[in-house]
Ligand binder design. Structure first.
Ligand SMILES: *[C@@H]1O[C@H](CO)[C@@H](O)[C@H](O)[C@H]1NC(C)=O
Ligand SMILES: *[C@@H]1O[C@H](CO)[C@@H](O)[C@H](O)[C@H]1NC(C)=O
Ligand SMILES: *[C@@H]1O[C@H](CO)[C@@H](O)[C@H](O)[C@H]1NC(C)=O
Length: 512
């Protein structure tokens, strides 16, 4: 009995850290602002066949429609109700997406915006994506319902009512984040409305949640809501499975609120990861790839089994959020592929790949004045479909980084080497580095300004392997560089410093 209770308690403790992906699918992709019908198609035609574990979707609940500027991406972060209609699609389409993705083993992770409602200046009326009436001035959201009592105004001690000082913990959690009406998550009514929303999504088959703006909520309030959540839908998940939880906490050090305060609730986004990796690959601040030998906890990051990691996200790829100029994005194609390749090869953390839309980036005085642009859209404001070109890239200004050969093949690499130790590190004291994952895979980078020609221990069984970066194995044929591993595991690598992609990756499923 004692043992049984102990196991039960332990089970409750572990559940929320497990990504709930099907075995050997080790990454998710954020299909930022995609329509539900396009995601359903992508799960079936691309993500499942290529071993992606899941999709982080944009917030599915009703948001305010902002016209100045014209329907920015951030209007999705201004809730009006928990009804499921947005420019990504309606409830019917949402159900269809979750069902079709789950049926091919690709799970759905919802971006849950529960810290706040819309901005204080959003006006009054029914200019919301399901047409629900609301009044931001009187803090009235009858479609939930929330009223003035459900907000934190009485608790906030800043002069403006907004967060003014990130060194004041109470302000960060009780005042308005950039004017967004701050929900009183200590109230039972608010907790139960939020939990009802999340439980409805669980019932429809979602596998977990990104908790938006978690830093702006008290960890105990988040916990009180999570404690109300049901187990996942047994149509697709084993009985007793808890939703995967990853909380957006921007902690680059230097502020009193720490990511570790949230470990009791689930995983936490490790923002130092992309900021540092970008700095290393750009060779800023005297950084070199050789220093990546102890990447992970050795760099002061949170424990690997608590970390959700990414090179860039929808905020910091356009200068919002955290990380600053060092963040690598699809705009920095060559270094970006190396960064994502490094992330997917390295065992640290649970990995999320970014998939973006292009916008007319335009810098004035160092700031992108078009950082607000919403997704590619038609004249009536509806989001454009994700079209697929003959060469498998995407059209209509969808970037589809997850379909870039180098990134997609590294998602597969990570699945192949899952559970294997970090091994056979080599570096030249500069920006040429290599490492393996047990006897399943090996990767080598040349980010120096001179070419690389070395023989290294790969740890792999003897044979001829096909590089999955410059091409890939197709049937018995390799469209790329071939790597010959000798009986003792040694192989020679040549990488020019001007190669389009100055890295090589091989794994046992790409052996000829
Ligand atoms: C949802 O959207 C689809 C596609 O636009 C449409 O056919 C359907 O009628 C909508 N359903 C509801 C309940 O609005
Ligand atoms: C690595 O960098 C060093 C300088 O630190 C250089 O001398 C060497 O040629 C480079 N390449 C290899 C394979 O060691
Ligand atoms: C690479 O190094 C090996 C051994 O030092 C040498 O035989 C070979 O010619 C070199 N290849 C190139 C392209 O420099």
């Amino acid at each position: 009995m004692g043992m049984y209770l102990l196991l039960l308690v332990a089970g409750v403790c572990w559940g929320q850290y497990n990504p709930n992906t099907v075995p050997k699918r080790t990454s998710i992709v954020h299909l930022f602002e995609w329509r539900w019908q396009d995601i359903a198609e992508e799960c079936e035609r691309y993500l499942a066949p290529n071993g992606f574990g899941g999709v982080q979707i944009s917030p599915p609940n009703e948001n305010v429609i902002i016209t100045d500027p014209q329907q920015p991406w951030w209007e999705r972060y201004q809730p009006v109700s928990y009804k499921l209609c947005t420019r990504s699609g309606n409830e019917t389409e949402f159900r269809d997406m979750v069902t079709r993705c789950n049926n091919v083993g690709v799970h759905i992770y919802v971006d849950a915006v529960i810290n706040h409602m819309c901005g204080a200046n959003a006006g009054a009326g029914d200019h919301a994506t399901c047409g629900s009436y609301f009044n931001a001035k009187t803090e009235d959201f009858p479609a939930v319902p929330y009223s003035v009592w459900d907000f934190n105004d009485h608790k906030c001690k800043s002069r403006s009512g907004n967060i003014e000082n990130y060194h004041d913990i109470s302000q960060v959690r009780d005042c308005r984040l950039v004017s967004l009406l701050d929900l009183a998550l200590d109230r039972e009514h608010v907790r139960s409305r939020v939990a009802a929303y999340l439980n409805r999504l669980i019932g429809l088959g979602v596998a977990g949640f990104r908790i938006d703006a978690a830093k702006h909520m008290w960890p105990a309030d988040v916990k009180a809501i999570l404690d109300k959540l049901e187990d996942l839908n047994t149509q697709w998940f084993p009985a007793g499975t808890k939703p995967f939880i990853y909380q957006e906490v921007i902690d680059l050090g230097g502020e009193p609120i720490k990511g570790s305060e949230y470990f009791g609730n689930g995983r936490v986004t490790e923002f130092k990861y992309g900021a540092k990796l970008g700095t290393v690959l750009r060779k800023w601040d005297g950084e070199k790839m050789a220093y990546l030998k102890n990447w992970g906890e050795g760099w002061g990051f949170m424990p690997s089994d608590r970390a959700l990691v990414f090179v860039d996200n929808h905020d910091n790829q356009r200068g919002h959020g955290a990380g600053g100029a060092s963040i690598l994005t699809f705009w920095d194609t060559r270094l970006y592929k190396m960064a994502v390749g490094f992330m997917l090869a390295h065992p640290y953390g649970f990995t999320r790949v970014m998939s973006s839309f292009r916008w007319p980036r335009y810098f004035q005085n160092g700031k992108d004045v078009n950082d607000w642009y919403g997704p590619p859209s038609n004249a009536d404001g509806s989001t454009k479909a994700v079209t697929i070109n003959a060469d498998t890239t995407c059209g209509n200004d969808w970037v589809c980084e997850h379909r870039w050969r180098q990134i997609r093949n590294m998602v597969i690499f990570r699945n192949v080497v899952d559970g294997e130790p970090f091994s056979n590190w080599w570096d030249n004291g500069s920006n040429q580095v290599a490492f393996g994952r047990g006897n399943k895979g090996f990767i080598i980078f040349n980010n120096d300004d001179w070419s690389l020609n070395v023989s290294l221990q790969t740890g792999l069984p003897a044979g001829t392997y096909c590089d999955i970066i410059s091409g890939q194995k197709e049937g018995d044929f390799c469209t790329a560089v071939e790597v010959h591993v000798a009986a003792d595991g040694m192989a020679n690598f040549l990488i020019g410093n001007e190669d389009q992609d100055p890295f090589i990756a091989i794994h046992v499923d790409a052996k000829l």
